[in-house]
Design a protein around this ligand. Structure first.
Ligand SMILES: C[S@@+](CC[C@H](N)C(=O)[O-])C[C@H]1O[C@@H](n2cnc3c(N)ncnc32)[C@H](O)[C@@H]1O
Length: 352
């Protein structure tokens, strides 16, 4: 059947669009290859733009037949905005800089964790999970939860990468948190960070506010031998069991790992460990507040990627402001405030 001119133009656009969906994995594979070859590391160390030949020597690509393929990878990385190029010189963009191991804010482990075969297998089970009785796509793939999988693995290769990935994600956010949301912590004398991992956020808070006694609570296998000093402490435990008393409880990117029912259970438990609003009690939540999926910018796309990831790993989700409000009401809090920090939000839940 002949197509009208407008329909064939529409289909040609649709074909290009679907091709980009189909080959979305090419971007992440190319970036992973760049990471594994050490392209960001070499450019970062060199501190100046480099030509392809000098780069290939530093990357240990010495086989001449392979060197001829390097321009393909490099032009893809330039096209996707990962690298910059001026004439025959390549240089880092802020994105490729974030994969250099010596960059203090690097997110290398985030990429490695998400490309691990354990995570990939969970993604491949997504459609099966929709049609079976398994708890999460991760359970469908591995027969246990992500947390059990990390806890049982010896030596804990994924656990180390995963904890480092979370810590790297926290480094930049914490910087902004401490400077832009200082008022949220002022006046507190004690704070328990629940699900605080290896303590990146609490270490920064403890250093910035010497009068706040900070405690990081996470699963025993995550806390391991971590020891605090001064006004910082680490405790291995389960947030569903017992939370130490404090002025405030802090959670960063924890509630997005749990469904609404568990979140309400967790939040109600927290209310027992903090004083009333009048006495300064509060729960501080740092997490995503999902924006309209029709908006198309890097932040919103990243939020919706995380939303999918939470479903695959934990049968959980990111939340819109309305969904946060529902949790807050069901858990019996009295008042909430929202402050923006980078792509995340800080929510303050105040008890009665
Ligand atoms: C997504 S990570 C967030 C880590 C950290 N807050 C951050 O933003 O980097 C969730 C954390 O919750 C911890 N967690 C999971 N189940 C827990 C439980 N039952 N009790 C305490 N912590 C738990 C995990 O070990 C993990 O460190």
């Amino acid at each position: 059947m002949p197509l009208s001119e407008s329909t064939s133009t529409e289909f040609l656009h649709a074909q290009a669009k679907i091709s980009n969906y189909i080959f979305n994995f090419v971007s992440s594979s190319a970036v992973r290859c760049a990471l594994q070859l050490g392209i960001s590391d070499v450019l970062y160390k060199h501190e100046k733009p480099m030509c392809l030949f000098d780069l290939s020597v530093e990357l240990s690509v010495v086989n001449s037949s392979k060197i001829s393929f390097l321009p393909i990878l490099m032009r893809f990385l330039v096209q996707s905005g990962f690298l910059n190029q001026h004439e025959d010189q390549y240089f880092l963009t802020p994105a490729s800089r974030l994969l250099a191991k010596n960059e203090p804010f690097n997110v290398k482990s985030l990429l490695l964790a998400n490309h691990s075969p354990i995570f990939s297998k969970a993604w491949s089970e997504l459609s099966d999970w929709f049609q079976n009785d398994s708890l999460t796509p991760f359970h469908t793939a591995h027969g246990k939860s992500l947390w059990d999988c990390i806890g049982e693995e010896q030596p804990s290769v994924l656990g180390d990468i995963f904890n480092d990935a979370l810590a790297s994600d926290s480094r930049l956010n914490t910087n902004v948190l401490i400077t832009e949301c200082k008022h949220v912590f002022e006046g507190l004398t004690s704070l328990v960070e629940v699900g605080g991992g290896t303590g990146t956020v609490s270490i920064a808070i403890a250093n910035t506010f010497p009068n706040i006694k900070c405690t990081v609570l996470d699963l025993p296998q995550v806390i391991g031998d971590l020891k605090g000093s001064g006004n910082l402490d680490f405790i291995g435990g389960d947030m569903f069991d017992k939370i130490p008393h404090a002025n405030a409880i802090l959670l960063k990117c924890v509630l997005h790992d749990w469904n609404d029912e568990d979140c309400v259970k967790i939040l109600k438990k927290f209310k027992e460990s903090i004083p009333s609003k009048k006495e300064g009690g509060k729960v501080i939540i740092i997490d995503i507040v999902l924006e309209n999926p029709k908006q198309s910018n890097e932040f919103v796309r990243a939020q919706h990627n995380m939303d999918m990831l939470m479903m695959v790993l934990c049968a959980a989700k990111e939340r819109t402001e309305k969904e946060w409000e529902k949790l807050f009401v069901e858990a019996g809090f009295n008042e909430y405030k929202i402050f923006p920090i980078l792509g995340l939000r800080l929510l303050e839940f105040l008890p009665p």
